[in-house]
Ligand binder design. Structure first.
Ligand code: CP
Ligand code: NVA
Length: 300
């Protein structure tokens, strides 16, 4: 039975640290990687669009000497009603791992139960753990350590916010989620964070939250699949933009992060996005390094 990675809660704090350190070492010295995926095939399954996840996984697998198969829902008999359990059982006979970007987290759980090989969450409605690994790698790379103040402003119920809450617990830093009262992080995620020893503050005041922050982070207001909620969410989230006022309140050394894609002028101002404090494209690059460490860890 393969070990899956559907959420950061499946890692111990030591494993989380080990993955970040391995990714940082491999970024500095790519010859460390060797060929851990030689002779191994990994499916990359997409029910939603992707730029970074698609590219970084395909390149990572190629650089680790494995074979990546990119599949959309329409490529499979799933589109004609074959069930997820049978699909998983078949995939497990051919492949060594599956990365899935899915509409419903339950699809990943179904694949993980049936495939018998590691299943990696490349974004679900509930979590985006590969993104959070890259985010904490970026924070570490910038010398921001345990005990720092991490502020997320935006949709507190988003997949990205949920994974950052669990990542902060592993990283041992305080996280503040500035979000409207209608978009609070899900209670079960807060319960898991508490179990992992996390300290989470939820507030409706983004500017006060940003005071003395080491990291300012935001994500799109309207996640994939929520398009029918656009007008309502834009109104609710307007006071939570990551902008120069928040940057002025944060520490001078603070960094600005965004998982991308960005809607400049909505969740982040153009000035904050282009600020010298932004590390957004290093963060995107780090998806590649951290996913190599994850693939090596799960497939060794
Ligand atoms: N951040 C992220 O997951 O980007 P994509 O949607 O382009 O994969
Ligand atoms: N919360 C966003 C993240 C995109 C990478 C979404 O789900 O669309």
């Amino acid at each position: 039975m393969g070990r899956s990675f559907l959420s950061l809660s499946s890692l111990s704090r030591e494993e989380f640290d080990q993955l970040l350190n391995r990714a940082l070492a491999g970024k500095k010295n790519p010859s460390l990687w060797g060929k851990p995926l030689l002779g191994k095939s990994v499916a990359l399954f997409f029910e939603k669009p992707s730029t970074r996840t698609r590219l970084s996984f395909e390149v990572a697998i190629n650089q680790l000497c494995g074979h990546a198969l990119v599949l959309t829902q329409n490529d499979l008999q799933l589109s004609r009603g074959e069930d997820i359990a049978d699909t998983g059982r078949v995939m497990g006979r051919y492949l060594h791992a599956i990365m899935g970007r899915v509409k419903s987290h339950a699809t990943l759980e179904g694949l993980a139960r049936s495939a018998g090989i590691p299943v990696i969450n490349g974004l679900s409605d509930k979590f985006h753990p590969c993104q959070a690994l890259a985010d904490f790698m970026t924070i570490k790379e910038n010398g921001i350590g345990a005990g720092s103040k991490f502020v997320f402003t935006g949709d507190g119920a988003s997949n990205v916010a949920h994974s950052l809450i669990l990542g902060a617990a592993h990283y041992n830093c305080d996280i503040t989620i500035a979000t409207p009262a209608e978009l609070l992080p899900h209670a079960d995620v807060l319960t898991i964070a508490a179990r992992l020893g996390g300290k989470v503050t939820v507030t409706q005041d983004a500017l006060a939250a940003a005071k003395d922050a080491d990291v300012l982070y935001t994500d799109v207001w309207v996640s994939m699949g929520q398009e029918q909620e656009t007008e309502r969410k834009k109104k609710q989230l307007a006071p939570f933009q990551l902008n120069e006022h928040l940057l002025a309140a944060a520490k001078k050394s603070a960094i600005v992060l965004h998982c991308l894609p960005a809607h400049k002028g909505e969740e982040i101002s153009e000035a904050a996005f282009e600020s010298p404090q932004a590390r957004i494209f290093d963060q995107a690059e780090n998806r590649l390094h951290v996913q190599k460490a994850l693939l090596e860890f799960l497939l060794k």
